[in-house]
Design a protein around this ligand. Structure first.
Ligand code: GAR
Length: 191
């Protein structure tokens, strides 16, 4: 079986990207990393692993989100990308991009969706008095954090937890969950 050519989109430190790169890539191969924020640590992680890493700064595009996405799309097509994994990519994608990559675009989100879509998920899980928290890998659809769920991992919320302690615990779960889900997803596409 040929490995699926994967692009990972990031905006920051790239610890999930690192987990995806470190995992055994027998069904997928990360061939491109794109960050919408120049100079972030995730780009360096990719380069250190010998993977092409490109900063595509969204700022010069101003409010024209679609123009940014058209250039991103062109780059992905040029590199013959088959599957796109968002890993801490902190820009909401427009229907234009989501439709173009429908069924081949996945994301990791730091909550047990459908609970707590959006931002500040750890604080919100604490405020809500949730008994457990975690992370979700899901298909990306037009509605934010609402696509079909591919996998989840849970942790109990402990007395004394803060948003920081929870974030650290959930991040560890993310690092185990995402490579597994990406591999499973790549396998379903290969069938
Ligand atoms: C991760 O916790 C990821 O789930 C979250 O950003 C963090 C990125 O960390 N993503 C979102 O909130 C997406 N809405 P990383 O750059 O170290 O992988």
């Amino acid at each position: 079986m040929t490995k699926k050519r994967v692009a990972v989109l990031i905006s920051g430190r790239g610890s999930n990207l690192q987990a995806l790169m470190d995992a055994q890539q027998d069904v997928y191969e990360i061939v491109l990393v794109v960050s919408n924020v120049p100079g972030v640590a995730g780009l360096e992680r990719a380069r250190a692993a010998g993977i092409e890493a490109i900063a595509l700064d969204h700022k010069p595009y101003g409010k024209n989100r679609e123009a940014f996405e058209r250039d991103l799309d062109a780059l992905l097509i040029e590199r013959r990308i088959e599957l796109v994994a968002l890993a801490g990519f902190m820009r909401v994608l427009t229907p234009y991009f989501v439709r173009a990559w429908a069924g081949r675009l996945i994301n990791i989100h730091p909550s047990l969706l459908p609970k707590h879509p959006g931002v500040n998920t750890h604080a919100r899980a604490l405020e809500a008095g949730d008994a457990e928290h975690g992370c979700t890998v899901h298909l990306v659809v037009e509605e934010v954090d609402a696509g079909e769920i591919i996998g989840q991992a849970q942790t109990p919320i402990l007395p004394g937890d803060t948003p920081e302690t929870l974030a650290n615990r959930v991040l560890e779960l993310e690092h185990a969950l995402y490579p597994r889900c990406l591999a499973n997803f790549a396998r379903t596409l290969a069938a």
